[in-house]
Design a protein around this ligand. Structure first.
Ligand SMILES: [Zn+2]
Length: 453
């Protein structure tokens, strides 16, 4: 077992409840991929194993002057959509889907998806994201990009009912393959949404999920208008559909949920142990989707809220710091209460709750012994963070992705001194630029789906 060390680093401690704090000048001891101890610099870790006595730990990183935080988790995204960054602006949600994105997705090929996913992995790692929770086509290609880059990913191969039963079977088969592919890759089942996947197909998805231990990642109740349309067409809210088809019973990550109504809350309360919701507020602001995710109401029934970016075709970045900041700001605005969602609670969403959304609630999301060594080290010395009266305030309100200095995933250094260690960034960028025009080509005709919830 390889013993290693991040020496002399300040450490953000995020408890399950109560105030977050920063412990100064700590050594983080690792054994392979796992944190074994966090102790004041220079003191021996408690109860060393026979092996660790025998060998001095290797110093992986000198953390002097840096702050260690749990690696960020992008709780909902479509990583290859970085290839459409800036190509669908100033549009209603209907036109965004029907005039741009779903016609563009006719152009998807395995190679284009892989190239986009490599760019996305590079962007996320350099911004301190160590895990992303993805929902997209050709997920096997996304897995290859993730493995190559060193990032961790939970991947849900996307399907629509309109693509037919063979396409659904193929997506589920991909999820089965991904589930056993690599220690840093996990899989979820990925029906697109309650308005693009039939109740029968949702029921079949839930049956497979229960039988084989999958979690289901899908879009539901994205806006209040979608919820009303669902009630008008089916006599049920999207959450009621997830309940009656067994999706909630199997366990679900619900993207957005901005249209979740108070009447849905008792249903979600019954399934709170297996339900998480991902919120991506920049998207709600940009597409004028009305109120964002009802975080306060969902928390009141015990549903964890993860923070995501959604795809860069609308969010423009995969920067979870930006998302975290917008969650805090929009929540205060929505509740008309400057005291709501204080620093420690906002940081808890970005760490422990996002780990639950990634389906790794006990192994990610906190720096403590027994958890995976997914660690982001920040340099807060830049003018926009100084003077540093409260590092927690910097993390929520002033830090930038470019303050990320070094990143570890599963104990491996994947960004060192602001440089990727496993991907050639110049090559990743050149490849993406050379193919970008093929993704946004609207001359092919057709669309992968039509938005009419
Ligand atoms: Zn999405």
């Amino acid at each position: 077992m390889a013993q290693s060390l991040i020496r002399n680093v300040d450490v953000l401690i995020v408890p399950e409840v109560g105030e977050c704090r920063v412990d100064a000048a700590q050594d983080i001891h690792l054994a392979d991929a796992v944190i074994t101890a966090i102790v004041p610099t220079g003191t021996p870790p408690p109860a060393p194993t026979a092996e660790s006595k025998a060998t001095e730990p290797v110093e992986l990183v000198d953390g002097t002057g840096l702050l260690a935080v749990p690696g960020l988790i992008n709780a909902h995204t479509h990583s290859p959509m970085v290839m459409m960054r800036g190509a669908a602006e100033d549009l209603s949600i209907d036109d965004w889907f029907n005039q741009r994105i779903w016609p563009m997705e006719v152009n998807l090929t395995p190679e284009r998806v892989r190239v986009g996913a490599r760019l996305a992995c590079a962007e996320m790692l350099l911004a301190g994201v160590t895990t992303f929770v993805d929902h997209y086509f050709h997920a096997d290609q996304i897995a290859q990009a993730a493995i190559e880059s060193g990032i961790r990913a939970d991947l849900a191969p996307t399907y629509f009912s309109s693509a037919g039963p063979e396409a659904i079977d193929a997506a589920i088969a991909t999820a089965r393959d991904l589930a056993t592919l690599h220690p840093r890759i996990s899989a979820s089942l990925g029906p697109h949404a309650t308005y693009t996947v039939s109740d029968d197909d949702l029921r079949r998805t839930a049956d497979i999920a229960r039988a084989e231990g999958f979690r289901i990642h899908l879009h539901a109740a994205e806006t209040e208008a979608q919820t009303q349309a669902s009630v008008d067409k089916h006599g049920a809210t999207p959450i009621e559909i997830l309940d009656r088809t067994g999706v909630l019973d199997a366990g679900a990550l619900i993207a957005h949920g901005c249209g979740i109504r108070d009447a849905d809350l008792p249903i979600l309360a019954r399934h709170a142990a297996r339900t998480t919701v991902a919120t991506c507020p920049k998207v709600y602001l940009k597409l004028a989707m009305g109120n964002g995710t009802p975080i306060k109401q969902l928390q009141s029934v015990g549903v964890p809220i993860g923070i995501g970016t959604d795809g860069a075709a609308v969010h423009n970045t995969l920067d979870v710091w930006e998302s975290l900041r917008l969650v805090a700001l929009t929540q205060k605005h929505q509740q008309n209460n400057a005291e709501w969602l204080p620093l420690s609670d906002a940081l808890r969403l970005a760490t422990r709750h996002s780990a639950a959304a990634a389906n790794h609630p006990t192994t990610l999301g906190a720096l403590e012994p027994g958890r995976q060594a997914d660690i982001t080290l920040l340099d807060l010395s830049a003018p926009h963070n100084q003077p540093l009266h409260d590092p927690r305030a910097a993390l929520v309100y002033s830090v930038r992705a470019s303050d990320v200095h070094t990143v570890l995933v599963a104990g491996e250094v994947v960004v060192r001194n602001r440089q990727l260690t496993k991907l050639d960034l110049a090559e990743v960028l050149a490849e993406a630029r050379s193919l970008a025009h093929t993704l946004v080509d609207l001359t092919q005709g057709g669309a992968v789906q039509h938005y009419a919830p």
